[in-house]
Design a protein around this ligand. Sequence first.
Ligand code: FES
Length: 117
Amino acid sequence: MPTSSTAPPRGYYGRHIFFCLNERKNGEESCSQHNAQQGFDRCKKRVKEAGLAGPGNVRVNKAGCLDRCAGGPVAVVYPEAVWYTFVDEQDIDEIVDSHLRDGKVVERLLLPPDVGR
Ligand code: FES
């Protein structure tokens, strides 16, 4: 099917969010020590309940270290390449409702651009 020249390119999923769930055993900080798994689980649940999951829509995936550990827990949304950090379930809900559903970036949860490992 031809696409409009003004339409953004679309992948298999409309949006894809990756959560770092890395767990270091050597005593160094990692996202798993900061409720990363809970954030991932909450996101999966909310996306599914909202009917957003699936091809052409939203996919929630686990990831290993994304090398931005100092801001952990971290998650990144594509295709916009927007990086987030979060604390609780309300933060996750806002990312789902605002960004994943409505395409509006949640400015208050953005990971500062200079945060690295
Ligand atoms: S441990 Fe999560 S970004 Fe590195």
